[in-house]
Design a binder for this molecule. Structure first.
Ligand code: SF4
Length: 376
C-alpha cells in the first residue's frame, strides 16, 4: 500500500456494511440501543438493499442521526458497466479512496453468477496472472465485498435474482479472511441475502492455514488453483507452492473434515501450451487427487500481454480431458463468457487479468459448463 493510499484509507469512517446482522445487534447493544434495532438496520441494508438512512423510517431519528454522523453506508460506486454480446456484464467500481476493482455478472438460463474481488491487486505473483504483476495495494473491506453484490443486483433485469457467488476476482481471498468471512455471514444470512452456502464458492491458490477456518464459517465450496502436477512447474506458475508444495496442499485437503462427497473441492487447472498440458500431466492427476472428493475444471489459458503463456490447441485440450475422463475423474471444460468486453477469465481489471484466470465461475451442483464426465 502506498503511503498516500494508506492515509486516505486510514481516514475512512467505519462502514455499516462491515457488520453482519449479529455484529449490528452487538454494536447497537453497546450503544445502549435495543438489539432488535440492529436487526432492522440489517434488513434495510441487506434484504431491501437500501443504503439511505432517511428511508429507514422504522428506526428512531436519534439513532439515524448518530449513525449518519459516525458511519458510512456506501463504499463503492459504479464507474462503468460493459455488456457482452452473450449477456455477461462487467462492472468497474471505485472505492472511496479511489482504487478501482471489477466484478463480473454472468447470466445463464437457470442461474446468475457474480464473480467478486477480495483485494486490490494481489501479493501472490502467479506468473500467468496479470493481477500478480500489478502488485498489491490493499485488502477490500467487508463493505466493499458486499457492495459489489448490491451494485450488481441493481444492474440485473427486473424479475431476475443472483443465484451463485464466486470469490474469484482480483486477489487471494484467504489472505483477507476476516473480511471475506464476515461477507459470507452477511450473504448467507437467511434473513438477509439468503444465498444458500452451497451456491457460494471461494477460490484459493492454497493458503493452507486458512482453509480450515474458512470452511468453519459456512458450508460453502472451496476451489483450489492447482494448475500443475509437479512442484517444479507449480513453483513457477503459483510461487506460493514453494511455501506450501503440492503434497502438503493435497494432504491438508484430504484431512479437512469439512470436505466430503457433498462438498467436493473444485480444482482449477488452467491449461497452458507446452507447460502443463502433456498426457503425463493428465495421467498424474488421478493419483494426486485420490482420496479427495473433487471436481476438476479445465480452463484453456486466456492469453494476455502480461504472461508468456497461451492455450493449447483444441485437440490437445480434448486429449487431456479424455485421459481424465478415462480415469473416472469428474471433469468440466469451461467455456468463456464475456470475451468481447474483456470479462472472460484472465481479462478483468482495466484490461488486466485478475485472479479469474483460474476461476471456474461454477458453483456446486449445477455446473453449466461442458460436462465431460460425471463420476458415479
Ligand atoms: S491467480 Fe489469484 S492468487 Fe495468483 S496472483 Fe492472480 S489473483 Fe493472486
Amino acid at each position: 500500500m502506498t503511503s498516500a493510499t494508506e492515509s486516505r484509507h486510514a481516514k475512512r469512517r467505519p462502514n455499516l456494511k462491515d457488520y453482519s446482522r449479529e455484529a449490528l445487534r452487538k454494536l447497537f447493544k453497546a450503544r445502549g440501543w435495543p438489539a432488535y434495532r440492529g436487526d432492522q438496520l440489517a434488513t434495510w441494508l441487506y434484504k431491501n438493499g437500501v443504503d439511505d438512512l432517511d428511508r429507514m423510517t422504522n428506526l428512531p431519528a436519534a439513532i439515524r442521526s448518530e449513525l449518519a454522523r459516525e458511519f458510512d453506508l456506501r463504499s463503492l460506486e459504479v464507474v462503468e458497466t460493459q455488456r457482452s454480446t452473450d449477456g455477461t456484464q462487467k462492472l468497474l467500481l471505485a472505492a472511496l479512496d479511489g482504487v478501482r476493482i471489477e466484478a463480473v455478472l454472468i447470466p445463464e438460463e437457470r442461474r446468475n453468477t457474480l464473480c467478486v474481488s477480495t483485494q486490490v491487486g494481489c501479493p501472490l505473483t502467479c506468473s500467468f496472472c496479470a493481477t500478480g504483476a500489478l502488485g498489491f495495494t490493499r485488502n477490500l473491506t467487508t463493505a466493499e465485498i458486499v457492495d459489489q453484490i448490491l451494485q450488481a443486483m441493481r444492474q440485473m433485469e427486473e424479475g431476475t435474482t443472483l443465484t451463485n457467488l464466486v470469490f474469484m476476482g482480483m486477489g487471494e481471498p484467504l489472505l483477507n479472511l476476516p473480511a471475506v468471512s464476515e461477507a459470507i455471514r452477511i450473504l448467507t444470512d437467511p434473513k438477509s441475502f439468503a444465498l444458500a452456502p452451497r451456491r457460494v464458492t471461494v477460490s484459493t491458490a492454497g493458503v493452507l492455514p486458512q482453509i480450515g477456518p474458512l470452511l468453519e464459517v459456512a458450508p460453502i465450496h472451496l476451489a483450489v488453483s492447482l494448475h500443475a502436477t509437479t512442484d517444479e512447474v507449480r513453483d513457477v506458475l503459483v510461487p506460493l507452492n514453494k511455501r506450501f508444495p503440492i503434497a502438503e496442499l493435497l494432504h491438508t485437503l484430504r484431512e479437512e473434515p469439512n470436505i466430503h462427497r457433498r462438498r467436493p473441492v473444485f480444482f482449477e487447472y488452467t491449461l497452458m501450451e507446452g507447460v502443463n498440458d502433456s498426457v503425463e500431466d493428465a495421467r498424474r492427476l488421478p493419483g494426486l487427487l485420490d482420496g479427495i472428493p473433487s471436481k476438476l475444471n479445465i480452463i484453456p489459458m486466456n492469453p494476455h500481454r502480461d504472461a508468456p503463456y497461451r492455450a493449447p490447441t483444441p485437440e490437445v485440450v480434448d486429449r487431456f480431458a479424455a485421459v481424465l475422463h478415462d480415469a473416472g475423474l469428474r471433469v468440466t471444460l469451461r467455456r468463456d463468457r464475456g470475451r468481447d468486453i474483456d470479462a472472460a477469465c484472465g481479462q478483468l481489471a482495466n484490461r488486466r487479468p485478475v485472479c479469474a484466470p483460474d476461476g471456474p465461475l461454477v458453483a456446486a451442483g449445477d455446473e453449466g459448463d461442458l460436462e465431460v464426465e460425471a463420476a458415479p
